[in-house]
Design a protein around this ligand. Structure first.
Ligand SMILES: [Zn+2]
Length: 401
């Protein structure tokens, strides 16, 4: 039995799989759906849930419901019967444990569930591992990333996927399956990878109608018509794709007419086409990491306390020692600021998390950042504007209250 499903964010049209694909996306307002486009060299990242109790539907419910307040999200969840999709595969999820590193920012993640009854049944467990490898191998083919893909362990050192990593047979079978399904999909594609942007419409893109098309108040055929757009009308996509009444719908803003939703087409073809891309988001820029002995050596002694002065390093950047207790007011990924170890590894901060901002530093764009101890002699930076100051940190030498 073969199933054909349009996977949100996957170029090249419906994907044929040997299992049903269940699409149930994390709501866009959830803090664990950052709404950032994947960037950089695409890869796949395989995980195990490390949860002996759950199958795919339960893990999907967990992540759709906000992951219990954790900054955690991923794209696919596999068991022996289905693969679920909880994030479009052109969006960033928080799963690799490497902050704003390549694991989170460039890869699509699959959680392979490991409910004990399933794992202890050889037929079911083989099927589940194969389903995960099929989804990932075919996704890699569509996105032009040749095997092998990556494991979570490759990005953060975590022992994940724990069952695949710790069993030589399962590990080998996963990568053999992955490569076979990659090859199968490449053949189905005619050995030509689709343009990564082909068929994928982003918020901010401009689309043009190819037929006379109703602009409706809501994305459903029951909603009132605001206007009938004549063929050749341009509109700007201003929201996320939705499915209703057998159609895919795009929320759009039509200059001079208004905002509403249009259906994208039917089985006979598309009713609109992308004519202009949204300008790419600028990559964040940070000052180069340079050794700053005073920063590495500080142990937050009172000597350096708040704003006794500005220390300018030999590249001209100003550092102000503050030892502020800060609280995050928006979800924030700490940027790389390591000196001795350049890997950005700090997991994202969520609203209400607290930290000690040891220093304030101004980057080349004139934006102020707090510099935080990231642990293990690593330092990270977060935008000052993402925080509020709670108090001074208690420092060595302070009297006990
Ligand atoms: Zn993992």
């Amino acid at each position: 039995m073969a199933y054909r499903t349009v996977i949100p964010g996957l170029p090249g049209g419906p994907l044929e799989t040997s299992f049903p694909v269940v699409i149930d996306l994390i709501p866009t307002w959830r803090h664990n759906r950052p709404g950032i486009k994947l960037r950089g060299a695409f890869e796949t990242t395989q995980h195990n849930t490390s949860n002996w109790r759950t199958l795919a539907r339960a893990e999907m419910n967990y992540v759709i419901g906000g992951a219990g307040g954790r900054m955690a999200s991923w794209h696919y969840t596999a068991d022996d019967e289905i693969v679920g999709v909880t994030l479009p595969v052109d969006e960033v999820g928080w799963h690799a444990g490497d902050g704003s590193g390549p694991g989170n920012m460039s890869t699509v993640a699959c959680e392979l569930t490991m409910q004990r009854a399933m794992v202890e049944n050889p037929t079911r467990w083989r099927r589940a591992r194969r389903n995960a490898a099929e989804m990932m191998g075919k996704t890699a083919a569509r996105k032009g990333a040749p095997p092998p893909g990556k494991y979570h362990h490759d990005y953060s050192g975590k022992n994940c996927p724990i069952l695949l990593r710790n069993n030589a047979t399962w590990n080998q079978e996963y990568w053999e399956d992955y490569a076979a399904f990659y090859a199968m999909e490449r053949e189905a594609m005619g050995a030509t990878p689709p343009d990564p942007a082909d068929g994928v419409i982003y918020i901010g893109d401009t689309v043009r109608t190819l037929v006379n098309l109703n602009l409706r108040q809501q994305p459903t055929t029951h909603s009132p018509v605001i206007a009938t757009l004549t063929s050749g009308t341009d509109a700007v996509v201003n929201g996320r794709w939705a499915s209703a009444d057998g159609y895919g719908w795009l929320p759009v803003r039509v200059p001079g007419i208004g905002e509403g939703a249009v259906a994208m087409g039917d089985s006979s073809g598309a009713w609109l086409v992308k004519v202009a891309d949204v300008p790419p988001e600028p990559e964040p820029e940070y000052v180069d990491a340079v050794p700053i002995p005073a920063l590495l050596d500080t142990d937050l002694k009172k000597d350096y306390d708040t704003a006794t002065g500005i220390i300018t390093d030999d590249t001209g950047h100003d550092f102000i020692f503050t030892a502020d207790v800060i609280e995050f007011v928006v979800p924030t990924v700490a940027g790389e600021f390591a000196v001795e170890n350049p890997r950005p590894i700090k997991a994202p901060y969520t609203i209400g998390d607290r930290a000690i901002g040891a220093w304030l530093v101004e980057n080349r764009q004139g934006v102020w950042h707090y510099v935080l101890a990231g642990g293990d002699d690593e330092w990270v930076r977060v935008p000052y504007a993402n925080t509020r100051r709670v108090s001074d940190a208690p420092l060595l030498g302070d009297a006990t209250p």
